[in-house]
Every structure is written in C-alpha cells, then in structure tokens.
Design a protein around this ligand. Structure first.
Ligand SMILES: [Mg+2]
Length: 403
C-alpha cells in the first residue's frame, strides 16, 4: 500500500468549515474569499475583531449563519453544490459516490489491502464516537451505540490497543461506551486518560498519574487544564443567555462548551449564533468551531485529535516504529487532524465514515456505523485466524487497562 500517494482528483469539500480563525468565519463569505479551491488551512483567514466597512460583525454577515445552515446538508444538496447545473437524482448521487470511492476505497472492499499492510505489525485502533460508533441523532444524550457495536469494539480491544477520541467530555463518552479495556480521550483530545508513560522525565503541569476505582494506574493528560474555570463560566453564561430559545441545548464538556441547535426552529438559528458570537467577543482566548448542528467554544491552543493520537502512541511506546500500524476511524472534520498526522507521518491510515463524497486526508472510507462494525468484526476474525503473526495488546505495556 502506498501511504504517500496524493489525492489529486477533484472531490467535494466538506461544507462544514474547520475554522482556523478564532471567530470561525468561513473564507467563502469574506470579500477576499477563495471559493472554488480545494480545502486547505490557507482558506481560513483570521479577521479583525472590530467592525470593518462592508463587513458588519454579526452572525448574518460574517458567515456563521451560512456555516450553521450547511452543517448537515442533505446528500443531494452536496452533489448539487458540486455541480450546480446538474439535475440531481439518486443515480447521480450514487455515481458520484462510486467515483469518489475510486480514490477512497471502502475499507471493506479493500480489506485484503488493509490486512496486507497490517500482517507483520501491531495495529493500534483509534475510534471517534458520534457518527462512527453511534448514529447521529437529534438528542445527543441518546446517541447510543448498539450492543453489537460494543461487542465489536470490545473484541478489537482484546487484540489491539484501542482508544476512543471524541469531542464529548471524557466522562460522557466513557459512560456511553462503557468498556474498561479502552483508553479515552475526551474534548477533542484535550482530556486523555492513557497508559502510564515509559518516559517519566516528560512530566509537566498538565500531566499527572492517578488510579481508578480498582487501583489500576493511569495517566491523565490535560493540555488545556488552565481553561477549565473559563469554560465553566462560559457554559453558565450560555445556559442563561439561551434560556429563551426553545430547543437550544448547552453542554459543558470541561474543555469545550457546546450549543446544540438541531432542535431549534430554523428561524431562530441566527439568535443562537448571535448569543455565542457576543460571548466570544469577551473571551479572546477562546474560539468557535462548527460541528454537526452544534457550535463549540474551545480554547485557542495548538492541540487537536491529531496531537492526541501522537500523544497516545508516545505513551504506549509505539510511535515512530515500523512494526506498528495506527488506524483511525472517524466521520468529522475534527478527525481530519488525526488523518493528517497519520498520512504525513506515513505511519498508518485514516478511514473516513461518510455517506457522501468529501475531501479528506483519510485513505479509505466506510459509509456508516454499520459498515464500521462490519470492518471491526472482520478485523477481529482476521486476527483470530492469523493469531501469532502480530503482537497482541496484552503484550504491549499499558494494554488491557481497566478504568
Ligand atoms: Mg464524529
């Protein structure tokens, strides 16, 4: 498998922007936009915080509303955006997906290719939660994974070191998954419960050891620890300020405050956006990111899911090794940071979960959580048949930990 191949063919960029600017403004909405180009970090431009002529500083004119409207577009609309003159039918959408899959093959169809790369290596499995292990649902509190999926993940963790990396708080995702065999990274990797590190000299303020209820040692790494009181304050303010908006739901993810607007009447979305926008004006060290029908307020720090993957690999003593194959499965824009780390480090590959074509740094694709479960199950079956070829999680220091 060529882990260095580039993806040159045109694909549809995710309409939900990854906002590099602190206020989360999509460049296509700015006067100096670069629409029509493929996604790159250079497309996201920081703008001055003060009003400029022609660019009033509110949600209607600075791109927030556009990003909110496009955060979960119907599949047909995505295809229409790709070719606005085309009459979109299911057949058109299917053809576009099939064409896209030539570049990002299904990890199930290309299973032999995957296992061929893994044959003499230790797989390390990284999994996003929402939209990857669980379906996307209207109420985030009800985004449950199926028993079948839980069983598949448990089996994967039996053979390979496995971590969940989620935008949710670590406690919340742990409750939803409920498996003690895994490592958990919450808040987009800003709250990592990982193995005891080999290199004790790498100790610092954001990093400390602890024990779980059963006395097992683990390490907690929180690179944005200093922001906890600030996020709590922001959470409380957002709860108060969105109180009158029916359907708005605010969550405190410890290192990130989220405002869900999936259940808010569309005509009130600008009100939701304005609430968050006005609040951010008072917190220059926080920024906005757009998720699926959710606005997220996060610290401005150089840390993301990619850095979390690297941290966990370091902690396991498995980074930079030719005999290790990290695999990351995720569906979200924030997962692209992890795909990118693996691609650029030529040390594994990402698998994007998406039912429609998207630009991605992943190597393979899967359509939905059902296909994720099928892939994980096949991987376990393959390992059991080939047992003894690769090193199991049990032989990796820190493996088979209990929370
Ligand atoms: Mg997700």
């Amino acid at each position: 498998m060529d882990l260095k191949s580039s993806h040159a063919s045109p694909v549809l960029a995710d309409p939900t922007p990854v906002n590099k600017s602190r206020l989360g403004v999509h460049s296509s909405l700015l006067p100096y936009s670069q629409t029509g180009t493929s996604f790159s970090s250079s497309m996201y431009i920081s703008i001055p915080r003060k009003n400029k002529p022609g660019v009033p500083d509110d949600v209607r004119s600075n791109g927030w509303l556009d990003a909110m409207l496009s955060s979960s577009p119907p599949r047909k609309k995505l295809i229409m955006d790709m070719n606005s003159d085309a009459v979109v039918t299911d057949e058109t959408a299917d053809n576009a997906y099939a064409s896209w899959m030539l570049k990002y093959p299904s990890a199930i169809n290309a299973f032999e290719q995957v296992t061929s790369a893994a044959k003499t290596k230790t797989i390390v499995m990284f999994l996003d939660y929402d939209g990857t292990l669980s379906p996307i649902v209207d109420d985030p509190d009800r985004a449950f994974m199926s028993d079948g999926m839980r069983s598949a993940v448990k089996s994967v963790a039996k053979y390979f070191p496995t971590a969940i990396i989620s935008g949710r708080s670590r406690d919340q995702v742990y409750k939803l998954v409920g498996l003690t065999e895994l490592y958990y990274a919450g808040s987009h990797g800003m709250d990592i419960m990982g193995p005891v590190r080999f290199d004790e000299s790498d100790n610092h303020l954001n990093y400390h050891s602890s024990t779980d209820k059963k006395g097992k040692e683990f390490n907690l790494f929180q690179p944005a620890k200093e922001f906890i009181p600030m996020i709590d304050e922001v959470f409380k303010t957002l709860v108060k300020n969105t109180k009158g908006i029916k359907g708005a739901k605010v969550e405190n993810h410890k290192f990130c405050a989220s405002v869900h607007y999936r259940n808010v009447d569309r005509k009130n979305w600008p009100v939701v956006g304005q609430c968050v926008h006005d609040l951010l004006e008072k917190y220059p060290r926080l920024r906005l990111t757009h998720g699926r029908k959710v606005l997220e307020v996060r610290p401005v720090i150089d840390w993301d899911k990619g850095r979390a993957v690297q941290h966990l690999l370091d902690s396991l003593g498995l980074s930079g090794r030719d005999d290790v194959l990290p695999i990351y499965i995720g569906d979200d824009r924030t997962d692209e940071d992890a795909f990118k780390v693996l691609r650029e480090g030529n040390q594994g590959f990402g698998i994007l979960v998406s039912p429609f074509p998207k630009e991605t740094q992943a190597f393979y694709s899967l359509r939905d959580p059902a296909e994720v479960m099928e892939f994980l199950t096949r991987l376990v079956n393959w390992k059991e048949v080939n047992d003894g070829v690769a090193v199991s999680a049990a032989s990796v220091p820190g493996g088979q930990r209990e929370c």
